[in-house]
Design a protein around this ligand. Structure first.
Ligand SMILES: *Cc1c(COP(=O)(O)O)cnc(C)c1O
Length: 481
């Protein structure tokens, strides 16, 4: 068992040396604000700290350690060059309240990123302010709501397919609308008849992930847009899955009016620990007036914070101008790849996913076995019925083979779902090894189901009791307990 860093304490040991303080910094601070409690910090040397966290880090899984096919999360490898460049003092030592003429370069980057995302999406106006995909959804739906308000449209609901990501209904509710869910058809796509039945004059818009969460491209998108636009509804695209479309499809050209991007998925920011992120929103030209302020604009080569549409804007959605460092990484990534490079990203992401799908279709049920985009959804149905082994057991066994598990039990419309997204950065050799491991697990399910039920056996932490962890949440460590 690894000791906690507190258990490594040796009283009096420190990891730093500072010169004697000759200023009484606490002088003048009122007594009632002074902390009297012992801060209870670990007393360790610098080397103790380094070893402690290196050891913990090695126990964790990361894309730099092994394949990470966590569907819908686009866990690609992000070039280290981005990290080196973004740490440049010219980026890391500036302050958002600095006079604008002293940060022209930073503003130029933000301006160009707005333009590049507009070009990629076919939606001409972009805000970089939201800092997550879900945050972008919320910002986009506020824009939708401002549009209807300006036109005095009486709109109450937003339609979503039953394959939608969980953040979609949550954002709809937060934006003040009702959710109307429609079923998918037998091909895993929007059921046009169900859509027609759900649409009426009170429909504010339709929110769709394309390719959808089954990894399938919604080919009837133009017909869907036509149905929604007929009642003056707006088409919102959840663009978290843009990794399949770069340089191939522009959402603005196939009927979408608003979309968000997940820069931390598609555009090169590591996001294993849940952040930081960036969820810019792109809109069609007539919706630009509703974007959060400020926009970054340009006049004769002078870049400035533009508050011009203050009267119509939905307001600010985040402090300053969003997550600057994440936006800079995306900018570098886009400039380095260029148009052709980005197209190759998506082509390779699609080829990699289809390759695994074809190799596994004999071993695992694939309920919507269509030509897929950047990911596909397999199911542990056969193993469950024939061997009493669940997707949960399979996922745990995948850890034993040295991989991160796929996304499981999502989307909700597939029983025993395993959502596999390889991304473009993996080689054929890695894909082949993963396929081999998945086939082995299918065999183990038949020959030794008990083994799978006790997996993982080779990881630092064995199977945890998820239910207990949720019911008796205890995230505090206490020495001697
Ligand atoms: C990841 C994801 C989101 C949410 O993005 P966050 O940055 O995690 O808020 C929304 N929709 C889909 C389809 C996603 O994959």
């Amino acid at each position: 068992m690894t000791k906690t860093i507190f258990e490594k304490t040796s009283v009096g040991r420190t990891g730093f040396t500072l010169p004697q303080n000759d200023v009484d910094a606490a002088n003048g601070i009122p007594e009632n604000f002074k902390r009297k409690v012992d801060a209870n910090l670990p007393e360790v040397s610098e080397l103790d700290v380094m070893r402690h966290f290196t050891e913990l880090g090695a126990k964790n899984h990361s894309v730099e350690k092994g394949f990470y096919p966590l569907g819908s999360c686009t866990m690609k490898y992000n070039p280290k060059l981005n990290e080196t460049l973004v740490r440049n003092a010219g980026f890391s030592n500036i302050h958002p309240l600095q006079p604008q003429e002293t940060v022209q370069g930073a503003l130029e980057i933000l301006f160009e990123l707005q333009q590049d995302l507009a070009e990629i999406s076919g939606l001409p106006a972009v805000t970089l302010q939201p800092v997550a995909g879900a945050h972008g959804e919320f910002a986009g739906l506020k824009i939708m709501s401002a549009y209807h308000k300006a036109k005095e449209n009486k709109k109450t609901k937003i339609i979503l397919p039953d394959s939608a990501h969980g953040t979609n209904p949550a954002s709809v509710i937060l934006a003040g609308y009702e959710v109307v869910e429609i079923a998918s058809n037998e091909k895993g796509m929007v059921d046009i008849e169900a859509l027609k039945n759900a649409v009426d004059e009170e429909t504010a818009g339709f929110m769709l992930t394309n390719p959808n969460t089954l990894g399938i491209f919604e080919t009837q998108i133009e017909e869907i847009a036509e149905i929604i636009h007929r009642v003056d509804g707006l088409m919102y695209m959840d663009g978290a899955n843009l990794n399949a479309l770069l340089g191939i499809v522009k959402p603005g050209e196939i009927g979408f009016d608003i979309m968000h991007f997940n820069l931390h998925k598609t555009f090169a920011t590591p996001h294993g620990g849940g952040g930081p992120g960036s969820g810019p929103v792109g809109v069609r030209a007539d919706l630009e007036q509703f974007l959060p302020i400020p926009q970054i604009s340009q006049n004769n080569g002078n870049y400035f914070l533009d508050f011009g549409h203050k009267q119509t804007s939905t307001g600010k959605i985040h402090s300053f101008y969003g997550n600057f460092a994440v936006n800079v990484r995306a900018y570098i990534y886009i400039k380095m790849l260029g148009e052709n490079g980005m197209k190759r990203v998506s082509e390779n992401a699609i080829i990699n996913a289809n390759y695994i799908l074809k190799k596994l279709e004999k071993y695992y049920d694939i309920p919507f076995n269509e030509y897929c985009m950047h990911e596909f959804v397999a199911s542990g149905n056969w193993q469950k019925e024939e061997n009493g082994v669940s997707t949960f057991d399979i996922a745990k066994r995948i850890l034993d083979k040295g991989y991160h598990a796929p996304t499981v039990y999502f989307p909700l419309i597939v029983k025993e779902a395993m959502m596999i997204e390889p991304t473009e950065t993996e080689s054929k050799e890695t894909l082949d090894e993963f396929i081999e491991a998945m086939i082995e697990i299918a065999k183990e399910a038949k020959e030794n189901p008990e083994l799978l039920k006790t997996a993982p056996l080779n990881t630092p932490v064995k199977r945890v009791d998820d239910t207990l962890a949720v019911r008796q949440l205890n995230v505090k460590f206490k020495i001697g307990n």
